[in-house]
Structure formats: C-alpha cells, structure tokens
Ligand binder design. Structure first.
Ligand SMILES: NC(=O)c1ccc[n+]([C@@H]2O[C@H](COP(=O)([O-])OP(=O)(O)OC[C@H]3O[C@@H](n4cnc5c(N)ncnc54)[C@H](O)[C@@H]3O)[C@@H](O)[C@H]2O)c1
Length: 298
C-alpha cells in the first residue's frame, strides 16, 4: 500500500520538469494522476519553449510504466473553461480529486525598464491568475468530500530578492497570499492548503537561455557558467536542487503524514533563504577554508 493509495492527484504543468517529477513520485505512492499542460509555446512573451504534447504524452507513458493510471490533458491553466473541463473529466474518470498540485509557471526575467505592461500582465496571468483559475473549480469537489490537499508552487523569489524578476516575484508572492487565505477559508472543511518554495531547480526553466543570462550577468553564456553563481545562492555545495527534491516535499504535503499541516510555505532550497546577510554562504565557506590553510602554514 502506497501512501496515496486510492487518491487522485491533479497536477498542472505536468509535461516536464517538476510537474513530471511530481506525477511520477505521487504515482509511485499509489495515486491516480491527471497531468495537464499548455502544450504550446507562448511566443509573444515567454523567451523559451514550453512543453509540447509529446512531452505530456511522455509523462503519461512514464507513469503507466510505473504501473500507475494517468490521464493527460492539454489545458491552459489561464483558462477557466479549460480547467473546468479538466475537473469534469477527472471526476468522470477517477471519481474524486484528493490532491491538487498547482505547479505550472513561466519565468521571465527582465530589468524594470524593459518590462512592458504586456509582459507584466502575461507573467501575472500565468503565475497568479492561473493558479486561481485552477483551484476555483476544484474547491467545490473537495468541500463536498470534506477532505483535500492543495499544494501551490511558489518560489524562493516570493520572499527574497532577485534582480530582474519583479513581475515573477510579485506573482509568486501573490500565490502565498492566495494560499494563506484559502487555508483559512477551507480549514473548517478539512481541506489543507500549503505551498512549496523551490530554490534553483534543475529543469528546462532554470536552464533556459534567459535565466542563464540572468545568472551569468550577460547574454549567451553556457550552462556550465551558471554553476558557480547559482551555487553562490545556496548554503549547501550544490548548484541547484533536483525536481525530485521538490516532489518529496509535495508528497509530504499531499499525504496524510502532514494531516494537520496547513497554511505553510515550505522552502526546498539548500539554504538559499537562510543566507547570512551581506555575504553568500559559499564565500563564507571559501574564506574559512583559506583561513584554515593559512593557519596550517604558520
Ligand atoms: N526551476 C526553478 O529554478 C524554479 C524555482 C522556483 C520556482 N519554480 C516554479 O516551479 C514550477 C515548475 O517549473 P519548472 O521548473 O518545472 O519549469 P518548466 O518550464 O520545466 O515547467 C513548467 C511547466 O508549466 C507549463 N506551463 C506554463 N504555462 C502554462 C499554462 N498557462 N498552462 C499550463 N501549463 C503551463 C510548461 O509548459 C511547463 O511544462 C513553476 O511554477 C516555476 O515558476 C521553478
């Protein structure tokens, strides 16, 4: 018996990256899984490719290979009509929605003076209004069941500072407001609402050229060049966490092991949010190593 036996999990942005990983981890614990993704580029505003229909189909194939049941649906999380249809088809196929993981998102990093109103609106639409449109049609089912776990994917960017990420950070901070308010309203129905805050996570989003450029301080650098600056944001000696590290936190929040945990924002960031002010942890470690070497020479 898995920790999620007889439960159904709906995951947005499941075509690749963290969403695919969540599908595999939750399915490996016995959940039926419904994965959705936009499966189309958003070329006007998002400077990298989003997942394709083939990516989403591959997630479903991987879940089924694990022995799980998977329904893969192309749906735009910004569309109430699409998300209502996803909810209807999920109920038709599996009879319930016990776990909702609102994971989809886009990252657009631009300095304030290059960020047009169109781009601001697009980021907020995808990363804040989208989560609302996803959660709204699910809540009535969970209220009727008298149970449910909702997990939003926010970001460390919601609570600490990154340059050139103002719209993204604002939207992800908004997700925390949505999470906390819903936790208050839905607690009396035994529905728990929480968020994960991923730090830098090794997915196509982190390794898109525009994000590489942000870390590298200029355009066109290769992935290897971002390893040091990315690691400098963390206390632990890694450049980024893996999607499965986020999935393990999602699993905890989705399962009954966290049955009285609600309204929290759980960082999975190798210590990014606990950096000492003014000096990156990695620099502090290097200085300590150097001091030890110098002391040994005396
Ligand atoms: N990778 C990181 O370093 C990092 C850090 C903090 C937070 N996050 C957040 O984690 C979540 C997952 O991102 P990821 O790292 O797996 O990136 P990713 O780009 O690999 O995956 C995001 C998925 O969301 C889908 N998507 C985007 N817009 C959509 C829409 N309107 N409707 C449906 N699907 C849509 C994309 O097609 C893609 O499959 C996002 O919310 C992201 O903002 C990522």
């Amino acid at each position: 018996m898995g920790r999620l036996s007889r439960k159904t999990a709906l995951i947005t942005g499941g075509g690749r990256g963290q969403g695919r990983s969540h599908a595999l981890v939750l399915a490996s614990e016995g959940a039926n899984v419904v994965v959705t993704d936009i499966c189309e580029p958003i070329p006007e505003v998002v400077p990298y490719d989003t997942a394709t229909q083939a990516d989403l189909d591959e997630t479903a194939r991987m879940v089924e290979k694990l022995g799980g049941q998977c329904l893969a649906l192309k749906a735009d999380a910004r569309s109430s009509a699409d998300m209502q249809s996803v909810v209807d088809r999920t109920i038709e196929r599996f009879g319930s929605i016990d776990i909702l993981v609102v994971n989809h998102g886009v990252a657009i990093n631009l300095p304030w003076d290059q960020q047009t109103d169109e781009i601001w609106d697009a980021v907020v639409e995808a990363n804040l209004s989208g989560p609302w449109r996803v959660v709204r049609p699910v809540i009535p089912h969970m209220v009727q069941q008298g149970a449910g776990s909702i997990v939003f994917t926010s970001s460390v960017a919601a609570v600490t500072s990154y340059p050139s990420l103002s719209a993204y950070s604002a939207a992800k901070a908004g997700v925390l407001g949505l999470m906390r308010s819903l936790a208050t309203e839905l607690g009396p129905h035994s529905i728990r609402v929480n968020a994960v805050l991923p730090g830098n996570t090794g997915t196509p989003m982190l390794h898109s050229q525009s994000v590489l450029d942000m870390f590298n301080g200029g355009p066109g650098g290769p992935r290897e060049k971002m390893i040091f600056p990315s690691q400098a944001t963390m206390l632990m000696p890694i450049p980024w966490v893996e999607p499965e590290d986020i999935s393990r936190a999602v699993l905890f929040l989705a399962s009954d092991e966290s049955r009285y945990v609600t309204g929290i924002a759980l960082p999975v960031d190798a210590g990014t949010l606990n950096q000492p002010p003014g000096i990156p942890g990695i620099a502090a470690t290097r200085i300590a190593e150097l001091e030890a070497q110098l002391a040994a020479q005396d």
